[in-house]
Write a protein that binds this ligand. Structure first.
Ligand code: MG
Length: 187
């Protein structure tokens, strides 16, 4: 069986960080207000400490946002033909002491929402590039290094990357989980 590694944030789920930031700031920010990959950089410098404390000690990030359309069904189907791994980063140098707390929320969310993926197949690391798998699905170009098939799911921070640039890296853009099903389950 071929091995697939699937990212969590902005691949399986969407909008979690944006909703947390908006609630914390009592604001209505959109992705257009976000200048880079890091949504929480929209929190002003003077509020960052309070924000990080809120983020790691007061909330479960996965109570926010939503699951991408058809994602759960497609992943369940994928488990019939592939060995599915879920790989999610958690190291946050802004609060290296507390960032591991998010592991509990990731673990809990996966157990509840993807019961057909073995917990042994959860991988929590920022170094996705060192894991040899056949297929990777991620929203971050930098994570699409190993793997024969590299699928970049469209997200706010990668929309502007031209097709040519992705092609040169051997990456295929997918907009939805239906596109992923089309590529990986169409046999
Ligand atoms: Mg991601």
């Amino acid at each position: 069986m071929k091995k697939i590694m699937i990212d969590m944030d902005d691949t399986i789920l969407a909008d979690c960080y944006l909703e947390v930031v908006n609630e914390f700031l009592n604001a209505h920010l959109t992705y257009e207000d976000c200048k880079d990959y890091w949504i929480d950089n929209m929190v002003p410098e003077e509020k960052q400490k309070e924000y990080l404390n809120h983020f790691y000690n007061e909330i479960d990030i996965y109570d926010y946002g939503h699951v991408q359309e058809n994602c759960i069904q497609v992943i369940e189907e994928l488990t019939k033909y592939y060995e599915v791994f879920i790989c999610s980063a958690y190291i946050d140098h802004r609060d290296i002491e507390n960032c591991s707390k998010i592991l509990l929320y990731k673990h809990k969310w996966l157990l509840k929402n993807l019961p057909f993926v073995k917990p042994e197949n959860y991988i929590f690391t920022n170094r996705k590039d060192v894991i040899p798998v056949d297929i990777i699905i991620d929203d971050k170009v930098e994570n699409l290094k190993s793997g024969d098939v590299k699928l970049l799911i469209t997200a706010y921070h990668n929309e502007g990357i031209p097709k040519k640039e992705l092609e040169a890296l051997g990456i295929t853009r997918v907009d939805t989980w239906n596109d992923i099903a089309e590529i990986l389950l169409n046999h």
